[in-house]
Write a protein that binds this ligand. Structure first.
Ligand code: NPW
Ligand code: ADP
Length: 496
């Protein structure tokens, strides 16, 4: 899995690369700027496009100056550079790149106050004002400049990070950011790109390698990492010769009530498709006809049988989808907690725990909680930012000894030690009811098959989103049933 670094670690990776590869800092800037231009070419292939590059006086601005030169060398004929001179000091790499442009008689326009910014006519704006060196919210001339550029409503492509947007840490309410359509980011994405609030600053991002030492990066002690397809190849085991249904575990899903029986069926269906040897569903008796008609492979367990003697045969137990929160459901949850086995808890199971926080203390170690943002805040209190929510998730995972799957467009899987795995698969086509029920069924299936709680959560989240991404190639929206139908095929692609 790829480590995500904080800015201090990123600077160390910079320094290490410069020392060990015996390259100059300005050469690293050149490499970053070339990588930027390569990605920019894909985005703006028309060489006659007029482009304004706004450059601050730090290394982000230095990149902007190098990018101007490289774009010109690549055949872009309408590149203009605006020097944002709001700071007294400039970095050495900036100075070198400015000199290189001056030597080429490159036209440069000085912007010494926000009011100096001319009426930009260029079609595309490259934002190289401030990058990861940002140390406070924007104010004064930077704020004015950013607001006037935002008002232009042009296509904006930011270098590494949009001006004003912090790479890490809580996003302040008063923060103002230069709004980028795309960020071309160096070597690793910034952790803050994965939070929903980032939409205020960027629509999307792409990451380009710039030649930093990968071994150094991977050896950094970081709490964040990204899960990618190759990470699962090798982890997901193929079906074994001479195996039988008993080899792949027996999952129990406790879900559904009269009005929300579908949630239970969706979870069980997903569990089946992800390969559990046996799947049993515990639903109210009134759902039996639906179960037998819709999912003939799935067995039934009476609610009265949720007792140790009847449940000890299950290799994983999930509860919550469509379960309701009435007295009867609370009793079911309390009964499950008394089993003293790890549980996978979603939806109403989490809502009940939010209503009765004392239940959280009864969770067995190795359990998995799968809240979306509202369920999470109901469980652990309101949060002003996603950064803070993720910090709480890390503390709670450690304190409770459980895995927390904090769901969103990018889902955060926090393991028992508080480490965070970010899943980037999935798409807006999946924003339909029932999708979380499917995820619960997938986690239950992998847990039943013998994967650890964290492995089951990582495999399930990646697979869930990946199946959705494959379907999105030919569909606009994806129903929970569509997704379930795809899962086994996608899984096949993940096995060596
Ligand atoms: N390995 C990599 O990732 C590589 C990264 N590279 C590039 O380097 C970039 C980072 O460059 P950087 O460190 O020079 O900082 P940068 O963002 O240009 O800004 C610094 C200036 O901003 C100022 N300033 C800060 N906050 C402010 C505020 N709120 N309001 C006003 N001013 C503020 C601050 O002034 P100070 O507060 O210190 O007086 C200082 O003068 C990175 O994003 C990437 O583009 C590549 O070239 C090579 C490999
Ligand atoms: N825009 C999106 N991009 C990626 N994944 C999404 C998106 N919208 C929803 N999902 C995924 O769908 C699931 C929704 O879960 P949840 O809100 O609990 O759904 P429900 O309660 O309807 O079953 C989560 O796993 C989430 O990551």
């Amino acid at each position: 899995m790829k480590n995500l670094l904080n800015q201090k670690q990123m600077r160390s990776a910079d320094a290490f690369t410069i020392k060990n590869k015996e390259i100059l800092s300005v050469d690293l800037m050149e490499s970053a700027s070339r990588a930027f231009v390569k990605a920019f070419l894909q985005e703006v292939p028309e060489k006659a496009t007029s482009i304004a590059i706004l450059c601050g006086k730090g290394n982000n601005g230095g990149d902007g100056l190098a990018i101007a030169r490289i774009l010109k060398d690549s055949g872009y004929s309408g590149v203009s550079v605006y020097l944002v001179n709001f700071s007294a000091k400039e970095t050495e790499e900036y100075t070198i790149n400015l000199k290189r442009l001056e030597d080429l008689w490159f036209p440069l326009t000085a912007v010494n106050t926000a009011a100096d910014l001319p009426d930009l006519k260029e079609k595309v704006i490259i934002d190289a004002i401030l990058g990861s060196g940002l140390n406070a919210v924007l104010e004064g001339p930077y704020l004015q400049l950013v607001e006037s550029v935002n008002a232009l409503n042009r296509q904006v492509i930011a270098v590494d990070v949009p001006t004003g947007f912090p790479a890490e840490g809580p996003l302040k309410k008063e923060g103002v950011y230069l709004k980028a359509d795309l960020v071309i980011c160096f070597q690793r994405p910034k952790i803050n790109f994965f939070f929903p609030e980032s939409v205020q600053a960027l629509k999307r991002f792409t990451v380009v390698p710039i030649g930093l030492d990968e071994e150094f990066i991977q050896n950094c002690d970081s709490p964040y990492r990204l899960i990618e397809g190759p990470d699962l190849t090798g982890l997901v085991k193929p079906r074994a010769p001479f195996s039988h249904k008993g080899t792949y575990g027996h999952a129990l899903i406790v879900a559904g009530q009269q009005q929300t029986m579908g949630a239970a069926l969706l979870s069980a269906h997903a569990c089946l498709h992800a390969g559990a040897g046996l799947t049993t569903l515990s639903i109210p008796e009134s759902g039996l006809t639906a179960l037998n008609t819709r999912l003939p492979e799935v067995m039934y367990l009476d609610r009265a049988d949720l007792i140790p003697e009847k449940t000890n045969k299950f290799s994983a137990i999930a509860a919550g989808p469509g379960l309701g929160t009435a007295e009867g459901s609370i009793a079911i949850l309390q009964g499950l907690l008394k089993l003293k086995v790890p549980l996978i808890l979603d939806a109403d199971a989490l809502n009940m725990m939010g209503d009765k926080p004392e239940l959280l203390k009864q969770l067995s170690s190795g359990s998995v909680l799968t809240p979306h943002m509202k369920e999470f805040d109901h469980l652990f209190g309101d949060h002003d930012s996603w950064w803070e929510r993720l910090e709480t998730a890390r503390e709670k995972a450690l304190e409770l000894g459980c895995v927390i799957v904090l769901k969103n467009q990018y889902t955060f899987i926090i393991d028992l030690t508080g480490k965070v795995t970010v899943n980037t698969t999935g798409n807006a086509g999946m924003a339909q009811g029932g999708m979380g029920d499917v995820l619960t069924g997938l986690i239950a299936s992998f847990a039943a098959q013998g994967y650890t709680a964290n492995e089951a959560a990582c495999i399930a989240c990646y697979l869930h989103g990946k199946a959705g991404d494959e379907l999105a190639e030919t569909q606009v929206s994806i129903s929970a049933s569509d997704l379930t139908g795809r899962v086994s095929k996608t899984l096949k692609g993940l096995i060596k």
